[in-house]
Design a protein around this ligand. Structure first.
Ligand code: FUL
Length: 462
C-alpha cells in the first residue's frame, strides 16, 4: 500500500535538516573588537586580533553541549571577511592576526570536522564596506565570494541568507544611505542555483527559504500552532508580505503550498556579538527557549559569541553544559516502549500502531484513508507517573494534524483530559503536571487527511 503525500512535503535535504534540531550560530568579526552589533563598514582590519583564537574550543563547547553543528558569520553586514578572499583586501589577510596568514573559516571548518559537527556559513548580502554595494558590480563580487566559500571548504549543511538591509554605510568612503529593492536586487534564484550546484545537500535559510525559513522573531520561540508549510506568495529574503507576513513566518499556514521548516535563531546573550558588559541568559530562560522551539517542531539555532580573545566565554560554556543536561532529561525515560499500544483505525498491516514505539524513524502508523479523526491508546501493566507526551508526524507525507487532545486514566478509572494541542509536525512534546496513569489516549480530533505518525513517546516523571 502506498501513501500519497498530503500538500507539500520535505525533500531529502530538508528531512536531514529536521533530524538535527539543535545547533549553534557563531557571531564573530570586527564587531567583537568595537562593541557594536552592526559594523558601519569602515573598520580597519588592523583591529581584528583575537590572540587566543581557538575554533576547537568553540567546537568542543558546542559538541559537549549537545549541538549537531555550527554556523559561522563568514562575513557580517560590515563586510569584513573572516577568510582571505581573493576578491577584497577587507579581510583577515590585512589583520595582525596570525600575521595576516590566518583563515578563520578554515580553522572553523576543521574544528567542526574534528568534533563531529556539521558546518554552515552565513554570508551577509548587505555589505556596508563595499563601494559597489547597490550596483551590478557588487552582485559579481558577492557571487564570487559565495563560490569561494562553497568550493574551498568542504561540505556545508546550511547557508544563511540574512534579510537585513539597513541602508546607510561606509560603501568605500561614500558614507551614504543606499536603498535596494530586496525583491529583485540580489537575484536570489541565481544564487540558490550556485549553492545547489556546489553543495547539493546544503539547506538555505531566508524569509523565503528555499529550504528553511526564519521564524520571524529573535526571541527564541515558535507560536504554539506552527505549520512547517506556508503560503509562499509575497516572501523574498528580507521581505515579508503585509500585513501579517512576519507572524506567519512563525506559525506557517495550515493551507501552505511550500514546505519550509522553521529555524529559531536566538543568542545565548542579549547581543549577537560579544560585549564585555553582557552576560549569558539564565538557564531557566534557555530551557524555555528549548521547550518553545525544538519541542514545538522547530530547529533551534543558539548563538554563541566568542570574545575578543577568540574564545567562547567560560560562563557561556558552563551554561551550554547545563542546558545539555536539561535537554537530556527532556528526552529521557520514554516508557511508551514498555506499553501496549493500539489504535482504532489502521490503514493496513504495515502501518500498525506498534511502529510508533519501535524506535524506527522509517516505520509509521497510519489511520485508514478518509479518516480525519483517530484514537491511539497506550496501556501500561501498572500505574506509571507521567508528565509528557511526545508525538511525531511522518512528515514525508506532509503535515496533517490540526488538533488533538490527551486523556489519561488514573485514580478511580475515569479518563480525564490533561492536555490539548494543535499542530504536531516533525515533533511536538506536550507537558503537563505529573499524574499517575495506567492508560493514555491520544485523540487526534482533526486531521487534514488520514493521520500518519511515526512516534509516540510517554515520558516518565521522576
Ligand atoms: C539579523 C542581523 O541583522 C543580526 O546582526 C544577526 O546577524 C541576526 C542573526 O540576523 O538579521
Amino acid at each position: 500500500m502506498t501513501i500519497k503525500p498530503h500538500g507539500p512535503f520535505p525533500t531529502t535535504r530538508q528531512l536531514a535538516w529536521h533530524a538535527m534540531p539543535y545547533y549553534g550560530f557563531i557571531h564573530f568579526t570586527v564587531n567583537t573588537f568595537t562593541d557594536r552589533e552592526w559594523g558601519y563598514g569602515d573598520e580597519s582590519p588592523e583591529i581584528f586580533n583575537p590572540e587566543q583564537l581557538d575554533c576547537r574550543q568553540w567546537a568542543r563547547a558546542a559538541s559537549e553541549g549537545g549541538m549537531g553543528g555550527l554556523i559561522l558569520t563568514a562575513k557580517h553586514h560590515d563586510g569584513f571577511c573572516l577568510w582571505p578572499s581573493a576578491h577584497t583586501a577587507h579581510s583577515v589577510k590585512n589583520s595582525p592576526w596570525r600575521n595576516g596568514k590566518g583563515d578563520v573559516v578554515r580553522e572553523f571548518i576543521d574544528a567542526c570536522g574534528e568534533y563531529g559537527l556539521k558546518a554552515g556559513l552565513y554570508l551577509s548580502p548587505w555589505d556596508r564596506n563595499h563601494s559597489e554595494y547597490g550596483r551590478e558590480a557588487y552582485l559579481d563580487y558577492y557571487r564570487h565570494q559565495l563560490e569561494e566559500l562553497l568550493t574551498e571548504y568542504g561540505s556545508l549543511f546550511e547557508i544563511w541568507f540574512d534579510g537585513a538591509n539597513g541602508g546607510d554605510g561606509y560603501y568605500g568612503g561614500a558614507c551614504e544611505s543606499r536603498k535596494i529593492d530586496a525583491t529583485t536586487y540580489y537575484r536570489f534564484p541565481e544564487l540558490w542555483e550556485i549553492v545547489r550546484q556546489h553543495q547539493p545537500e546544503a539547506c538555505m535559510l531566508s524569509d523565503a527559504g528555499p529550504d528553511v525559513r526564519w521564524c520571524g522573531n529573535e526571541l527564541g520561540f515558535l507560536p504554539v500552532t506552527s505549520w512547517m508549510k506556508i503560503r509562499g506568495e509575497g516572501y523574498y529574503p528580507g521581505v515579508t508580505p503585509e500585513p501579517d507576513g512576519r507572524d506567519r513566518l512563525g506559525s506557517g499556514d495550515s493551507d501552505g503550498d511550500v514546505w519550509l521548516g522553521t529555524e529559531v535563531d536566538v543568542s545565548i546573550r542579549p547581543g549577537w556579538f560579544w560585549h564585555e558588559t553582557e552576560e549569558p541568559r539564565s538557564l531557566e530562560e534557555l530551557q524555555n527557549i528549548y521547550l518553545c522551539s525544538v519541542e514545538r517542531g522547530g530547529n533551534l539555532l543558539l548563538n554563541l559569541a566568542p570574545d575578543n580573545r577568540g574564545l567562547v566565554p567560560e560562563a557561556d560554556v558552563v551554561r551550554l553544559l547545563e542546558l545539555k543536561r536539561f535537554i537530556d532529561r527532556c528526552k529521557a525515560d520514554d516508557i511508551a516502549t514498555e506499553a501496549t499500544i493500539s489504535a482504532d483505525s489502521i490503514l493496513g498491516d504495515s502501518f500498525a500502531p506498534q511502529n510508533l514505539i519501535d524506535g524506527n524513524q522509517k516505520t509509521c502508523w497510519a489511520a485508514a484513508e478518509g479518516e480525519s479523526r483517530a484514537v491511539i491508546t497506550v496501556e501500561f501493566s501498572e500505574k506509571r507517573r507521567i508528565s509528557a507526551v511526545r508525538l511525531e508526524e511522518m512528515i514525508e507525507y506532509g503535515q496533517r494534524v490540526e488538533r488533538f487532545s490527551i486523556l489519561v486514566r488514573s485514580g478511580w478509572g475515569q479518563m480525564s483530559e490533561v492536555a490539548i494541542g494543535t499542530t504536531i509536525g516533525p515533533r511536538r512534546v506536550i507537558r503537563f503536571a505529573a499524574i499517575e496513569a495506567t492508560r493514555v489516549e491520544i485523540v487526534i480530533e482533526k486531521s487534514q487527511a488520514n493521520p500518519i505518525l511515526r512516534r509516540v513517546g510517554i515520558h516518565q516523571s521522576n
